[in-house]
Design a protein around this ligand. Structure first.
Ligand SMILES: O=C(O)C[C@H]1C=CC(=O)O1
Ligand SMILES: [Mn+2]
Length: 390
C-alpha cells in the first residue's frame, strides 16, 4: 500500500524521508522508589520500565516508556517480555516506515503481536514524541489539541502502616502537592483495613478525599459484607474490588453499594469496556496506556467508556516522568476527565528519569511544555539505572 504523506509534511523544511524510522532501541530500567509500595497481590521497592528510543532519519529521537508493577503481576507483561516483544516482533515491522503514519503503524503492531499493550504503547509514545519534536509541535496538538493543561492530582498511600501513611499524607497536604488520596487495601483482612482507614480518616479529617484500590483482592461475599463500612468512612470510590474476570459479580455489588465502583484490571479493550458497561460493573474507569496499547487507542477507550455512561479517571502504573508525560498529553485532549489523575509516579521514584517533564504544584500536575512530549531525559541517571547483561 502506498504511504500517504501527512499534510504537515507539505512544509518543505521537513521531508518524508526525515520522518522515516531509522531505529527502535529498548532498554530495561530499574528505578528505586522512596518507600515500599504494597498492593493486594504484590509489593515493590523498585519500579521496572522499558525505555524505548525511536530514532528518525533526521536524527531526532523520541521516547516512550512501558511500566510494569511487580513483574508480570499487575498484568501479564514483564519488562523482560516487553523488551523481547519490542526487539524481536514489534520494532522490525516499523523500521523504514513513516513515523507520523500513526494509525497504519498501530495496525502493523497489532498484526505483529496480539495484546502486548505496554510494549505497543511505549513505541507509539516514542513515535509521537519524535514526530512532534521534528515538526516543532507538542504531542497534544497531534492528538487533537489540549482542552486542559493541568489536572487535580491524587497520591497513593500504600505502605500498609497507618502511622507512616498519616505522616506522608500530612506532608503532601502541607506542601500543597496532594489532598486527594488513594489507599491500597486488600493485602490484609477487611477488618484490619477498616481499622487502618479509620485511623487515617480521623487524622486527616472529613474534607480529605479517600479512594480505595482493592486490586482484585475480595470475593463478592466479602465485598457485600464490608462495603457499607467503607461507605461509613466516606470513601468516594472503590477500585477493582473483585477479580478482573468477574464482570457480572462486579455488576451485582455495584447495584448494592452507595460508593461508585471503578473498573481497572477488568477492562483493557473497548469490547471489555462495553461488556462492563452492559453488566453495570462500574460507573468509573481507570484509563492507562498499558491497558489501551497506545495513545490513540486510549482516546477511543475514553470515548467508548463515556458512551456507556462511565466517568473517566486518569490512571497510572507508577510511570516515571516519561510515561507520565505521555499519559497527560492524551488526558489533556479528552473532553471530560471527571476524576482528574493519579499520575504521581515521578514522585514515588527516588530519582525521576527526566530533567524536564510534568511539574507538581498547588494540588495539580501540569503538562510538560515544549515540542513532542516536552521531556528531557536525565541520561546520567538512566545510565546508572539501566540493567546490563540482556
Ligand atoms: O491502580 C493500580 O492498580 C496500579 C497502581 C496505580 C497507582 C498505584 O498505587 O498502583
Ligand atoms: Mn488499580
Amino acid at each position: 500500500m502506498a504511504l500517504a504523506v501527512p499534510m504537515a509534511l507539505l512544509d518543505e523544511s521537513v521531508s518524508w524521508r526525515d520522518l522515516a524510522i531509522r531505529s527502535i532501541a529498548s532498554s530495561i530500567i530499574d528505578a528505586p522508589t522512596v518507600r515500599r509500595h504494597k498492593l493486594s497481590n504484590t509489593e515493590i521497592s523498585n519500579q521496572n520500565y522499558v525505555l524505548v528510543r525511536v530514532m528518525l532519519e533526521n536524527g531526532v529521537e523520541g521516547y516512550g516508556e512501558a511500566a510494569t508493577l511487580g513483574g508480570p503481576r499487575w498484568a501479564e507483561e514483564s519488562v523482560e517480555s516487553i523488551k523481547s516483544a519490542i526487539d524481536v516482533y514489534l520494532a522490525p515491522v516499523l523500521i523504514g516506515r513513516h513515523a507520523a503514519s500513526f494509525e497504519e503503524n498501530a495496525l502493523r503492531l497489532s498484526k505483529a503481536a496480539s495484546r502486548n499493550n505496554a510494549a505497543k504503547a511505549a513505541i507509539e509514545a516514542a513515535m509521537f514524541d519524535a514526530v512532534g519534536k521534528s515538526l516543532g509541535l507538542p504531542v497534544t496538538t497531534l492528538l487533537g489539541g489540549a482542552v486542559r493543561s493541568s489536572f487535580s492530582i491524587i497520591w497513593a498511600l500504600a505502605s500498609g502502616d497507618a502511622g507512616q501513611e498519616i505522616e506522608e499524607a500530612q506532608a503532601k497536604i502541607e506542601r500543597r502537592e496532594h489532598r486527594r488520596f488513594k489507599i491500597k487495601i486488600g493485602f490484609a483482612e477487611p477488618s484490619v483495613d477498616i481499622q487502618r482507614l479509620r485511623k487515617i480518616r480521623t487524622a486527616l479529617g472529613s474534607d480529605v478525599e479517600i479512594i480505595v484500590d482493592v486490586n482484585q483482592g475480595w470475593s463478592e461475599a466479602t465485598a457485600m459484607r464490608w462495603m457499607p463500612a467503607f461507605a461509613d468512612l466516606g470513601v468516594s470510590l472503590i477500585e477493582q474490588p473483585l477479580p478482573a474476570a468477574q464482570i457480572e459479580q462486579l455488576g451485582r455489588i455495584a447495584a448494592r453499594t452507595s460508593i461508585p465502583i471503578m473498573v481497572d484490571e477488568a477492562v483493557f479493550t473497548s469490547a471489555e469496556i462495553i461488556r462492563a458497561g452492559q453488566a453495570g460493573s462500574g460507573s468509573v474507569i481507570s484509563l492507562k496506556l498499558v491497558k489501551s496499547g497506545g495513545l490513540l487507542e486510549l482516546k477511543r477507550a475514553a470515548a467508548v467508556a463515556g458512551a456507556v455512561g462511565m466517568e473517566l479517571y486518569g490512571g497510572c502504573l507508577l510511570e516515571s516522568g516519561i510515561g507520565a508525560a505521555a499519559h497527560l498529553a492524551v488526558f489533556s485532549t479528552l473532553p471530560k476527565l471527571e476524576w482528574g489523575t493519579e499520575q504521581f509516579g515521578p514522585k514515588i521514584l527516588a530519582n525521576d528519569l527526566v530533567l524536564e517533564g510534568p511539574t507538581f504544584r498547588d494540588f495539580e500536575v501540569h503538562l510538560a511544555q515544549g515540542p513532542g512530549l516536552g521531556i528531557v531525559l536525565d541520561e546520567e541517571r538512566i545510565k546508572h539505572m539501566t540493567r546490563t547483561g540482556n
